[in-house]
Design a binder for this molecule. Structure first.
Ligand code: CTP
Length: 415
C-alpha cells in the first residue's frame, strides 16, 4: 500500500452512527504514516467518546470552541494552520449544510473557515436525507468551492433503509485521499510523492468526465440514460498509463476507480458542470466522455409523485453543455469531445467539432447493430480540424488505449 508519509490530517467527526468507523479511519491513516488530530462536534461525542480518538491519534481531542484548556495547548487557529488536509468523516447532512452556509458555530466548522488546506467530506446519512434537494444543493455549492466529496456508498443503512448514504469504508476513504492528493500534488508540482511517471503525457493534468447523469423528478425517481461509464473510465486509465495526472468526474456507475486516478462523484448535469468548471482551470487536457443529460425536469418535487391522472406531463429545461462551456473558456485546455450518432456519423461529428470549438471529437455510431452504450466493444471515427483516424470495432479498453495515444500525439503537436 502506498504511504502518505508526514501528511498532517485534521479529522472532523460529526454526529452520525458512522462515527464509530472514524475510529478505524484514524488507525488506517496512521498506518500510512499520517499524523492525525481529531476534532468532534458535540453530537459526535454522543456516539463515540473523545477518549477513543485520543488513544488512537495520540493527541488530545478538540470538542469545543471555547475551551480554555484546549486553547492553551494547540489553539484552533494553530490547528487550522497545522493541517495539510481537513477531512470530515462522517459528514452529516447538518454539518454539510453548516459548511455550505459558511457557519462557524462549533470547532469543526470554525477550523474549516480558518484553514487554507483542502477539504474532503465523507458524507453519511439516511438515503432520503442524501437525496433531499437541500442536501444536494449544499453539496453542489461545496463542490463549486473545490471541496472534494468522497462517496457515499450505496447499500443497507443502520436505519433499515436501502440506498445511497453509507459512509465509505475507512480503507476506501484513505485510497480516495491518496489518489486525489497525488493528482492535486502534481497539479501544483510541489509534492515529490506525486512525481508523474514516464510517458508522452508525463506531468500533463487531465480532467475526464464519464458515466451518465441522473436528473431528479422527485426524491425516488430520476431521468437517466444507459451509459455504463466504461469508455470514460478506460480513457482515464489509459491517460494515467501515459503519465498524465488524471481527475475523473463521474456520474453514477458501478465501476471501480482506475489506479492512480482521483475520482469525484456527481449525480446531476449541474453538479458535473460545477465540478468540471471548478477544476478545469488547472487542467491541460479535457476529455468529455460522460453521457450528460441534455435536459432536466424543470421543477423536481420534494415529495414522491403519486399516480393520479392517466397522463403526467413533465416539463424539461436545458442543461448547460459542459463540453461547449470548457471549449469556450478564454484559455481552454486541449478539449476532446464524444458524439454518438445514429446516421451520417462523420458529417454530424464534424459539425459538432466546429460548433463547439473542439480540438478533437471521437464519434461512434449507435443503434441496434452497433457498439455504444452497455457494450464491451466499440468503433470510433476521430476527427480534428485537418485530419481523421478510424478505429475499427474492438474491446473498449483497447480502443481507449489507442484513443489516448492519439490524444497524446495531437496534444503534443498542438501549439
Ligand atoms: N456534453 C456535455 N454536456 C452536455 C451534453 C453533452 O459535456 N450537457 C458532452 C458529452 O460529454 C460529449 C458531447 O458533449 O462529449 C456530446 O455532445 P452532444 O452535442 O450532446 O452530443 P449528442 O448527444 O451526440 O448531441 P445531440 O443530442 O444534439 O445529437
Amino acid at each position: 500500500m502506498a504511504p502518505l508519509p508526514d501528511v498532517q490530517v485534521l479529522l472532523g467527526v460529526s454526529g452520525g452512527i458512522a462515527a464509530y468507523k472514524a475510529a478505524d479511519l484514524v488507525r488506517r491513516l496512521r498506518e500510512r504514516g499520517c499524523a492525525v488530530r481529531v476534532v468532534m462536534t458535540a453530537a459526535a461525542t454522543a456516539f463515540v467518546s473523545p477518549l477513543t480518538f485520543q488513544a488512537l491519534s495520540g493527541h488530545p481531542v478538540g470538542t469545543g470552541l471555547l475551551d480554555p484548556a484546549a486553547e492553551a495547548g494547540m489553539g484552533h487557529i494553530e490547528l487550522a494552520r497545522w493541517a495539510d488536509l481537513v477531512l470530515m468523516a462522517p459528514a452529516t447532512a447538518d454539518l454539510i449544510a453548516r459548511l455550505a452556509a459558511g457557519l462557524a458555530d462549533d470547532l469543526p466548522t470554525t477550523l474549516v473557515l480558518a484553514t487554507s488546506a483542502p477539504l474532503y467530506l465523507a458524507p453519511a446519512m439516511n438515503q432520503q436525507m442524501w437525496r433531499h434537494p437541500a442536501t444536494q444543493e449544499n453539496l453542489a455549492r461545496l463542490r463549486g468551492r473545490g471541496v472534494r466529496i468522497l462517496g457515499p456508498a450505496q447499500g443497507s443503512q443502520a436505519c433499515g433503509d436501502l440506498g445511497p448514504g453509507r459512509m465509505l469504508e475507512p480503507t476506501q476513504i484513505v485510497e480516495a485521499l491518496l489518489a486525489d492528493r497525488s493528482a492535486a500534488g502534481a497539479e501544483t508540482g510541489t509534492d515529490p510523492r506525486s512525481a508523474p511517471g514516464p510517458g508522452p503525457l508525463a506531468g500533463v493534468r487531465a480532467l475526464v468526465t464519464a458515466g451518465p447523469t441522473r436528473e431528479p423528478l422527485d426524491p425516488v425517481r430520476y431521468l437517466g440514460n444507459r451509459s455504463s461509464g466504461r469508455m470514460g473510465y478506460a480513457v482515464a486509465a489509459a491517460l494515467a498509463g501515459l503519465g498524465a495526472v488524471v481527475t475523473l468526474v463521474s456520474g453514477p456507475t458501478a465501476l471501480p476507480t482506475p489506479a492512480g486516478v482521483a475520482r469525484i462523484d456527481v449525480e446531476t448535469a449541474a453538479e458535473m458542470h460545477a465540478a468540471v468548471l471548478g477544476r478545469v482551470g488547472a487542467a491541460d487536457l479535457f476529455v468529455a466522455a460522460a453521457a450528460v443529460a441534455d435536459y432536466r425536469p424543470a421543477a423536481p418535487v420534494a415529495q414522491k409523485i403519486k399516480k393520479a391522472d392517466t397522463q403526467l406531463i413533465v416539463h424539461l429545461v436545458r442543461n448547460p453543455d459542459i463540453l461547449a462551456a470548457v471549449a469556450a473558456l478564454p484559455d481552454p485546455p486541449f478539449t476532446v469531445g464524444f458524439a454518438a450518432e445514429t446516421e451520417r456519423v462523420e458529417e454530424q461529428a464534424r459539425t459538432k467539432l466546429l460548433a463547439k470549438g473542439l480540438c478533437m471529437i471521437a464519434a461512434n455510431q449507435v443503434g441496434a447493430e452497433q457498439g455504444g452504450f452497455e457494450r464491451d466493444e466499440n468503433a470510433l471515427i476521430v476527427l480534428w480540424a485537418d485530419g481523421r483516424r478510424d478505429f475499427p470495432m474492438m474491446p473498449k479498453t483497447r480502443l481507449a488505449g489507442e484513443l489516448a495515444q492519439l490524444i497524446a500525439e495531437r496534444y503534443v503537436a498542438s501549439p
